[in-house]
Write a protein that binds this ligand. Structure first.
Ligand code: ADP
Ligand code: MG
Length: 322
């Protein structure tokens, strides 16, 4: 297959939504914004050997390539609408491409996201998605809106993806019965799309936890010029991780919980007056939303351990260039 056959066969599809004037097939896509709405644009790249292992399941990879971008849009409170997909492939392998697009398309269909363009080239396996989300003008949730006294929440549970990675790297062992669930968290994260949209007007700040809680929370603190105190015991995690944290593997467990990447949960802040609305959202969306601490006027991030004592050293968040 040549480049154009690959595009025809796996990527080309007619425009679906009325606001897509020109979709795949021209030099660029044309989209008409709706009155009173703003677009949120984000791009995320997945590189073989860095974000996924050589030999990774193509269907899960297709899912994850899109999921990490939808997660960024969710963190802004945006409804995902359009995506562009750029891919480098060492070879054009039909089965592989088909499985990849099955994973990609299934998630796109779930949220009615439309693929409107991209680029295809030969090279070391790399995928880059540009995602475009929509929200009413002025309602984007940023990292800069947290205020002293706000409560800090996280959705779902943290640390399981990092734990799966640690198990795969033979740095720790867990009950084999627990492995499939852990592995799913790593390979097929579910972006918190509905939650992100519902947090408009509720959250004062938000981001998605992709590089570890403490590192990511620091981005909110920096952007908002505030500090925070969080309680280790309050951070929601699996029983497997909680049990590890009580034993000799405590340092690894805390690293997964506080600095593990790939969770794709949302961390957000809200005033105490919003507490009932947050609880109602958790109920309506069936997503645990757990308060883990509070924003403080004094800068810096303090974490209290299970006994209420300040933790002296914190595991570091992931940094590609550290
Ligand atoms: P150009 O050379 O002008 O960049 P291409 O020949 O690369 O255009 O692409 C032809 C059309 O196919 C364009 O509309 C482009 O957006 C689309 N396209 C190419 N690769 C992909 C892809 N991986 N996913 C979706 N659309 C793609
Ligand atoms: Mg091109």
């Amino acid at each position: 297959m040549n480049e154009f056959e690959v595009i025809e066969r796996y990527f080309r599809r007619p425009p679906r939504n009325g606001d897509v004037r020109i979709g795949i097939g021209d030099d660029g896509a044309v989209v008409a914004p709706a009155a009173g709405m703003e677009y949120v644009l984000t791009v995320d790249m997945l590189v073989e050997g860095r974000h996924f292992a050589a030999g990774a399941d193509p269907r899960q990879l297709g899912h994850k390539t899109l999921a990490v971008n939808l997660s960024d849009l969710a963190a802004m409170g945006a409804l995902p609408r359009f995506v562009l997909l750029a891919g480098a492939l060492p070879v054009a392998e039909p089965d592989w491409l088909q499985a990849f697009m099955r994973g990609f398309d299934a998630l796109a269909a779930q949220y009615d996201v439309e693929l409107i363009g991209g680029d295809t080239t030969r090279g070391p396996r790399t995928f880059c998605v540009t995602a475009i989300g929509e929200l009413p003008a002025g309602t984007a949730i940023t990292r800069g809106g947290a205020n002293p006294g706000d409560t800090i929440f996280v959705s779902g549970r943290l640390g399981d993806a990092a734990l799966a990675l640690a198990v795969a790297g033979r740095r720790v062992e867990v009950d084999p019965m627990l492995l499939p669930a852990l592995q799913r968290r790593l390979d097929a994260p579910e972006p918190r799309v509905a939650l992100g949209v519902a947090l408009r007007g509720v959250a004062s700040s938000a981001l998605d936890v992709s590089d570890g809680l403490t590192g990511d929370l620091r981005h909110i603190l920096d952007a908002s010029r505030v500090g925070a105190t969080i309680d280790l015991a309050a951070i929601p995690c699996s029983d497997a991780l909680r049990a590890l944290a009580r034993g000799p593997q405590r340092p690894l467990a805390l690293a997964c919980l506080l600095a593990g990447g790939d969770d794709y949960e949302l961390c957000f802040t809200a005033t105490p007056a919003m507490r009932e609305r947050v609880d109602a959202l958790a109920h309506a969306l069936s997503v645990p939303l757990t308060p883990i601490g509070a924003i403080t006027a004094e800068p810096g991030l303090a974490i209290r351990d299970e006994h209420g004592a300040p933790m002296a050293s914190l595991p570091h968040a992931f940094d590609h260039f550290a």
